[in-house]
Unconditional design. Sequence first.
Length: 178
Amino acid sequence: MIKRLLLAIAIMFASSTLYAEGNNTAKADNNKSAAVKADKLEPAYKLLEAMNLKSVYIGAVDGYAKRLVKANTNFKSIEGKIKDFYQKYVSWDIMKKDLAKLYSSYYNEKELNDITNFYKTDTGKKVLATMGKVAYEGQMLTQKRLKPHLNELKSLLDSAIKKAKDKEAKAKEKESKK
């Protein structure tokens, strides 16, 4: 159980770090504010449509509920309520504008149009059709590489926790002597 948790943490860390590095570079290159005016969102909406993101997003939200039930079969009886929860807070209609703003904050109108046009090509459609699978398989490769080294990660994390606890204990001891 602890190995699975550590593996999950390691994968999330690796994925988040890689994403953040790319994210920071894109933001720096783009040098745009996150605030995007509503009238500037039309190219982003067209991109979302070209990506068939509505269908993908609806499937993903449904997948969240299924994964929760798969992780804990006690949730099977409330699977519908779990789906309702996601629909209530992160349905496509709720998230569409936020996603358009997100894409608009990274790409200018010309770039959004270029990406949209690419996704309308056969190659672009193939990229969209395989993107999730490629990302998943990439995560599995990362997991495979990290799995033999989980004890090293565990030692690293345990050491950091011990140092933090020792520092906290010393601070409390110093405070109590005052």
